[in-house]
Design a protein around this ligand. Sequence first.
Ligand SMILES: [Zn+2]
Length: 213
Amino acid sequence: MLRNMYESIKAAVTARKAAESFGLTVNRSGMAACPFHEDHTPSLKLDRRYYCFGCGATGDVIDFTARLLGISNHDAAQTLAERFGIQPESQSVITPKIKPAVPLRTLEQRCLFALVQYEKLLRSWKKQYAPQGPEELFHEKFVEGCQRESFIAHLIDEMMDADPWRRKQAVELLLEDDHLHCLQDYVLQNQEEEMKMNICKRNEESGNGGYCS
Ligand SMILES: [Zn+2]
């Protein structure tokens, strides 16, 4: 019964809708200042679920509410049910929001591939752009590497989990708002940039002209 209630709430209320109802300002791209860490730029992505690029906080609408209000998941579910008028006995058929046209297994592989590529970039940025001295300003790619690596690693873990439900959750997160395509484009673009930069560096080192600089 309780499980049913949780599912009804999750089907009816997105993390974004709940956040807005609790007074968080969510911008048009679904980002908000994260209430779970000291956040100066909106790092919290809110949709059906939530995740924060800054602190890695992630979960569903019930986790979100529990964490935000500092109450148990059980109380959070009750709060949401009252606030959004959801009946525990409503056995409404939950239609999955995402009906992939391609089989899940293929999607999983695509997601995993994009994530692994991105993680590789983040790792290399952490080394390549690490500040050389205490006075040097942090390079934005170094910051991105530090902020996102653990969250991406967490997603990769989820994608490799034996439990198909967890893998499916991770895939859905990546498919929301076309994240996967954005990530693929972003990774590709950055890989090309890095490649060009490395070629330039090699040319400079071997004295093959400075047209790159
Ligand atoms: Zn955060």
